[in-house]
Design a protein around this ligand. Structure first.
Ligand SMILES: Cc1cc2nc3c(=O)[nH]c(=O)nc-3n(C[C@H](O)[C@H](O)[C@H](O)COP(=O)(O)OP(=O)(O)OC[C@H]3O[C@@H](n4cnc5c(N)ncnc54)[C@H](O)[C@@H]3O)c2cc1C
Ligand code: FES
Length: 281
């Protein structure tokens, strides 16, 4: 993990709703893995103390002195509004790459990536890595409306089969990604699922993956303050490897990617004693 002053190479409006920042940060770009994130500090004039976490959407390592990372985000509050006002050549304080990313399977071939809204951004980097490893990649992405799907053209390019869903029916299937997931699994011969997006979507995708006996890796997006393992604001309830105990785990360091089957989706916010036994044990 490096602390850095990078330079914004470009700031583009991404579709109608999102912003994309490409940042020159060679050490971070070289070390980054899909599913990891960077912590960006909005410009100092508003005295932001906390950095804001963003998934690494893409890296470009073609020039080792000017290798870049790209993030895509929407404006949610003051931090993202200040980042959206930054311009090319502005310096930017960042830390990265942070966390544990997705694992590329050794013995499984057919990978299905499932994304929700702006949460789908890590899938671009992941899809490239999976394809470079010779895997089949299929894509299923959903959002509230067409304008909240991230880069549909690129997702079509990445997927052998790519399907979209929207809550309002403005593009693709009118409904949720989980409506199409069982049929996609059959059609694509899916052997591994990767999912990122809102927590209810991740929980529902995990339940279907377990039903179909398919391993599922999920990228959790919890509220983060320090983003480096100190403050414990980002914890999620995770079962231990044996499934015999439950613990609140820091998603910034031990995640954000977890085995979906080890996330206790119904125990968020509960007081958990160290290695609580799960129900039934
Ligand atoms: C691992 C990770 C990856 C992320 N990747 C992306 C991405 O690629 N694109 C994108 O648009 N958003 C992403 N987010 C969410 C993004 O970090 C928040 O939208 C952003 O921090 C909001 O800051 P704000 O000041 O504009 O809003 P405010 O709500 O005012 O933020 C106040 C504080 O709450 C925290 N916070 C607010 N919302 C969230 C949230 N959803 N998740 C975590 N912390 C939050 C902020 O860090 C900040 O400290 C990611 C979050 C995490 C944890
Ligand atoms: S955000 Fe502080 S410990 Fe994870």
């Amino acid at each position: 993990m490096k602390h850095y002053t990078g330079e914004i190479l470009s700031h583009r409006k991404h579709g109608e709703e999102y912003h994309s920042l490409t940042i020159v940060a060679p050490d971070i770009a070289e070390a980054a893995r899909p599913g990891q994130f960077v912590n960006l500090r909005p410009p100092p004039d508003r005295s932001f103390i906390l950095r804001r976490p963003f998934s690494i959407c893409r890296v470009n390592r073609s020039s080792s002195w000017a290798a870049t990372v790209e993030v895509i985000f929407d404006i949610r509050g003051p931090g993202t509004a200040a980042l959206a006002a930054m311009k090319s050549h502005d310096p930017i304080d960042l830390i990265g790459p942070v966390g544990r990313g997705f694992v590329v399977p050794k013995n499984r071939q057919n990978c299905l990536m499932v994304g929700g809204g702006v949460g789908a951004t890590p899938l671009f980097f992941l899809g490239e890595e999976l394809r470079a490893a010779g895997k089949r990649v299929d894509v299923l992405c959903g959002a509230a409306r067409a304008s909240r799907l991230v880069n549909t053209l690129e997702l079509k390019r990445l997927g052998a089969i790519t399907e979209f869903t929207t809550d309002d029916g403005s593009v693709g299937h009118h409904g949720l990604v989980t409506d199409l997931l069982p049929a996609m699994i059959e059609r694509c011969g899916t052997e591994v699922i990767y999912a990122c997006g809102p927590r209810p979507m991740l929980a529902a995708v995990t339940a279907l993956a377990i039903e179909h006996r398919i391993p599922v890796q999920v990228a959790l997006e919890e509220q983060m303050a320090c983003g480096m393992g100190i403050c414990m604001t980002c914890v999620a309830p995770i079962y231990n490897r044996e499934g015999t105990g439950l613990m609140n785990v820091r998603t910034c360091l031990e995640g954000p990617v977890f085995n979906g089957a080890r996330v206790a989706w119904d125990r968020y916010g509960a007081v958990i004693d160290e290695w609580d036994a799960p129900p039934g044990n």
